[in-house]
Design a protein around this ligand. Sequence first.
Ligand code: RP5
Length: 163
Amino acid sequence: MQSVKPIVGIMMGSQSDWTTMKHTKLTLEKLGVPCEAKIISAHRTPSRLVNYVESAKDRGILVLIAGAGMAAALPGAVAALTSLPVLGVPMEGKVLGGLDAMLAMAQMPGGIPVGTLAVGKAGAVNSAILATSIIALSDEKISINLDKYRAKQTADVNEEPID
Ligand code: RP5
């Protein structure tokens, strides 16, 4: 069986980020967007970072999502190496609650953008939906998947609270 080529690359700085970043993968799977997930650290595995990002476009990757905590250099370093859209997900850290990572991702110098999402699980889920929205601009099938996902989300909200 031929495997489908990934069009979204999910990166995370550490195995410890997976508890959060698995929600990016799960959401992309619900949206029918082929993806791959890799542990790549800007600080601990810099060569892996360069090799992965520099080959991403040629391999058919359309959007890169990078989750990281603490100093959270990963999305910025990725954005420095590619013109692909880069979305950043700040991890909820024990010491500063994720504010450190969020500011590191949001406060990029002009010219090298990182689309920074919310801290933690909400950001992980939203990074998948935003990546899908970008891809949906030029992919009708994925655009239909996105419309269905959003319609279901709306339909799932009760009008009144239940006990
Ligand atoms: C960051 O440091 C990672 O993204 C992770 O959120 C944080 C802590 O990493 P570990 O010490 O848990 O591997 O680079």
